[in-house]
Design a protein around this ligand. Structure first.
Ligand SMILES: Nc1nc2c(ncn2[C@@H]2O[C@H](COP(=O)(O)OP(=O)(O)OP(=O)(O)O)[C@@H](O)[C@H]2O)c(=O)[nH]1
Ligand SMILES: [Mg+2]
Length: 393
């Protein structure tokens, strides 16, 4: 697939800073033969944080930053001077980013709110200087602690768009047309399947200045849950929607059957999606006459609200918004529920499929952790494994 600006999957390497070593310095001054220990502590290594930032819509900016390394803590010095703390690093991610360990597939965290901070890797603690080790019996300790080593982690970040209503339909069902009729989003619309290659969001205004967010995703076809079409890649974007709006064109031979195929695909992808509220819109009803519409409405699924609409002729749109608004605000489905962690169940990634997934997403390249400067650092740590003995100046 051509390079696109909609990036919803990236793999990056993160590393916290190592702690600075404590100093074993002895105070020296004229006429003071026994100055005593005055070695300061090492500074702590920098942490790596994730930070929710609503100014980002995708993970595109991380494509160009595969390594995020925090700064190392400075070493302690004489006169009890403490080493500087290593620089912390903040990785800004759009709200709705889910993070996994790239090696084990384990779910790590979920950043869903603007400004939310999650510490991904803790920096190493700085070592204590010899000043801390002086006792009545050992007044001149000649050792100090090394700093704690750094921590490394490769993570997969996956974006799951946060929207209130997700549009689910076969290609050409009129999803993008509906989104552009209801919001100021302008997704591409054309009379061939798979026009929409990447999701887009639109804000739908409702009465009294209220609004909700609608997500248009690429069409789903039978077998999408097994990876046919573009389905699998984008189905995850509806995991975060509190309501699913199924869309089937009015000129379809068997509306009920098409709805069931869609439902089945959604359920196969993630059975929990079936617990979400659903509404069915029969689209393009400008192509139907009243008689035909009457006939069709006799054989429609009856376990969910159904409405006939036409985005092109602007028919049924206000009623549709009313139904959606009502469902979104019903007791069982408060709008704000989508930002609450407990409503979303995160599963670890299936390790046997992880490699294939990385290949599909074009993220299978190995990212090297170690460069030359770092090799030096690692030797440094080994050397420091024992307490360090250091003479003063
Ligand atoms: N007559 C009529 N045509 C419509 C209506 N809504 C959409 N269409 C047409 O149906 C075709 C497909 O519309 P899209 O909105 O691109 O469909 P989509 O579901 O987004 O399709 P994909 O992006 O391929 O999944 C276009 O040619 C639209 O002009 C409608 O209400 N009435
Ligand atoms: Mg579309």
């Amino acid at each position: 697939m051509a390079e696109s600006n909609f990036v919803d999957y990236v793999k990056i390497c993160c590393r916290s800073g190592k702690g600075g070593r404590g100093s074993a310095h002895m105070h020296r001054a004229k006429y003071m033969p026994h100055g005593g220990p005055d070695g300061g502590d090492g500074g702590r290594g920098g942490h790596v944080y994730l930070r929710g930032n609503h100014n980002y819509w995708t993970l595109l900016h991380l494509r160009y930053e595969r390594h995020v390394f925090a700064g190392h803590g400075g070493n302690g010095g004489k006169s009890r001077s403490t080493g500087a703390d290593g620089e912390d690093r903040y990785i800004d991610v759009p709200c709705g980013t889910v993070v996994y360990n790239a090696e084990t597939g384990e779910y790590l965290c979920d950043v869903s709110e603007d400004g939310q901070l999650v510490m991904l890797l803790k920096g190493g603690r700085g070592g204590l200087g010899n000043w801390n080790f002086r006792t009545a019996t050992n007044q001149a300790p000649r050792y100090a602690q090394p700093g704690e080593p750094m921590r490394e982690l490769t993570v997969i970040m996956e974006l799951k768009l946060l929207a209130d209503v997700g549009l689910v339909g076969f290609p050409n069902a009129g999803k993008s047309t509906l989104l552009s009729a209801l919001s100021s989003a302008r997704p591409k619309i054309a009379g061939y399947p798979f026009t929409t290659m990447e999701p887009s969001l639109g804000i739908v205004s409702y009465r009294n200045g209220q609004s909700f967010v609608m997500a248009d995703i690429p069409g789903i076809i039978e077998g999408a849950a097994e990876g046919r079409g573009l389905g699998l890649r984008f189905l995850r974007h509806i995991e975060r929607n509190s309501l699913l709006l199924f869309m089937v064109p009015g000129d379809t031979d068997d509306i009920r059957k098409e709805y069931e195929i869609l439902l089945n695909e959604v359920g196969k992808f993630n059975p929990e999606l079936l617990e979400k509220q659903r509404v069915l819109a029969v689209t393009k009803n400008d192509l139907l006459d009243d008689e035909l519409q009457q006939m069709l409405s006799e054989d429609l699924p009856d376990d969910l609200p159904v409405i006939f609409i036409s985005a092109v002729a602007q028919r049924g749109l206000t009623e549709l918004k009313d139904i959606l608004w009502k469902a979104l605000n019903s007791e069982s489905n408060k709008l704000q529920a989508i930002t609450q962690q407990e409503t979303i169940v995160h599963r670890n990634k299936d390790l046997s499929k992880l490699q294939q997934e990385l290949v599909d997403m074009g993220e299978d390249e190995e990212i090297e952790f170690i460069d030359e400067e770092e090799i030096e650092d690692i030797e440094d740590i080994e050397e420091l494994d024992d307490f360090e003995y250091e003479d003063g100046e």
